[in-house]
Design a binder for this molecule. Structure first.
Ligand code: NAD
Length: 403
């Protein structure tokens, strides 16, 4: 492989892909390489804000920006196209806009919803995985609330959230703000609304200490959310979820059904690589794929291990780690072009915040517990920082959440 004018192809314009591009732009000159970014849409969306669109607290445009706004067109060619196949041995990627050859490939194709084969889930539940699904969930709730005035059907005012993980809890937090507004708009008594969260495990959000989880649960319960924990969903149908409670099957009825209980990496991964589990491939410490040192897998399609040996576990897939993986990949590509050795990735876990609507939350940040308005502010800092890092101060000013 010659090291002049290498063809670098980045697939995906999410957190990991855009961080790779923005750091490559800084590190490489246009003589060093032909850099191409391929993304399905012309815009990037903040996937960690989608629950807000789904609940109706923000419009979807608020969390998106055109990719061309952050790409230096002198150095990077952006192609809006859908990737359909990766031929790793031919160093070629197929898209609906034609084929692309590469010397170095970065696969950052993101996540999909995972229903774990639960009967009826794909047909009967909404998901929150991209702007289209988030908008559809929001429209469904609005349609049913509007319909209630003529139907009088309690199911129209019943919202079922499957899974009390991060997405489920953050979505519930936004609902506590948007649902009272919706009730006002359609002159509905808000006491008639039922919001139920069904969680399989007896303990929710196990990454947080018990007192913070209690705070989050109490906060949401005080605003009308009912939790059913230790209650796995076993199927979904047109009336809602069937759950297992006290060893008995029970139907929980609702016309607004949202599944937030599972994500997986992009299914193109299984079709393209060996040893892929739930759309994720284990990467080497320098973030390349075993046997292919010119292919990086990063973000939600990568299982990045927290060590070596039998006890090693993959880090949870988050926006925070995706951004660091993108930065590191750009660094390793620059080292490769410089004929230097790539360096192993080290995760710098700054902590995590789970919002409870726009004004509250819980978090563990730099090892310190935070809750309430402080956590909500920290969440806005995190959300704005992601935009600042990729798009600079002007974009952070117009799209960030600090102003
Ligand atoms: P998750 O895996 O974190 O949570 C899913 C929840 O659904 C779990 O609590 C699980 O027990 C439950 N569940 C699974 N099967 C079920 C069933 N059959 N019935 C009932 N409950 C069931 O998924 P997520 O919330 O989509 O998050 C995905 C990833 O993104 C995670 O790694 C998370 O850390 C990250 N994330 C982070 C943030 C943040 O940092 N604020 C926000 C959203 C997502």
């Amino acid at each position: 492989m010659s090291f002049e004018r290498q063809k670098i192809l980045v697939l995906g314009g999410g957190y990991a892909g855009l961080q790779t591009i923005s750091n490559l732009q800084k590190k490489l000159s246009f003589q060093d390489a032909d850099i191409t970014l391929i993304n399905r849409d012309e815009y990037h969306y903040e996937s960690t804000w989608l629950h807000e669109t789904a609940a109706g607290t923000i419009d979807w445009e608020r969390g998106t920006y055109p990719i061309n706004k952050v790409v230096d067109t002198q150095k990077v060619k952006f192609v809006p196209a859908a990737v359909t196949a990766i031929h790793k041995d031919e160093q070629r990627v197929e898209t609906n806009q034609g084929d692309f050859e590469y010397d170095i490939l970065v696969v950052a194709l993101g996540f999909e919803s995972e229903s774990f084969g639960i009967d009826g889930m794909d047909e009967h539940a909404h998901t929150i995985v991209d702007p289209e699904t988030a908008i559809a969930a929001r429209q469904e709730i609005e349609k049913n609330f509007a319909n209630y005035r003529s139907s009088g059907d309690e199911k129209d005012l019943s919202i079922l959230v499957g899974g009390g993980g991060f997405t489920g809890v953050e979505f519930l937090g936004e609902l506590t703000v948007s649902i009272p507004e919706l009730c006002e708009r359609y002159a509905i008594d808000k006491n008639k609304v039922k919001i139920t969260c069904v969680e399989a495990m007896p303990n929710m959000l196990p990454m947080f200490p018990e007192n913070l989880v209690d705070y989050a649960v109490n906060y949401l319960e005080d605003r009308g959310v009912e939790f059913k924990v230790g209650t796995p969903i076993i199927s979904a149908n047109e009336d809602g979820f069937v759950v297992k409670a006290d060893d008995e099957e029970q139907q929980i009825e609702a016309n607004n059904v949202i599944w937030t209980a599972g994500v997986r990496g992009n299914s193109l991964m299984e079709a393209s690589f060996d040893g892929v589990k739930r759309g994720r491939i284990v990467v080497t410490p320098d973030l390349t794929i075993e046997g292919y040192d010119n292919i990086y897998a990063i973000g939600d399609v990568a299982a990045v291990m927290n060590g070596e040996g039998e006890d090693a576990r993959p880090y949870p897939t988050t926006a925070q780690i995706a951004m660091q993986l993108g930065q590191h990949t750009a660094k390793n590509i620059a080292l490769t072009l410089n004929k230097e050795r790539r360096v192993p990735f080290e995760y710098d876990d700054k902590g995590t915040v789970c919002s409870l609507g726009p004004n509250d939350g819980i978090g563990l940040v730099f090892g310190r517990e935070i809750k309430g308005r402080k956590a909500a502010f920290m969440k806005r800092v995190i959300d704005s920082r992601a935009i600042l890092q990729v798009g600079g101060p002007m974009l952070a000013y117009s799209k960030g959440k600090l102003l």
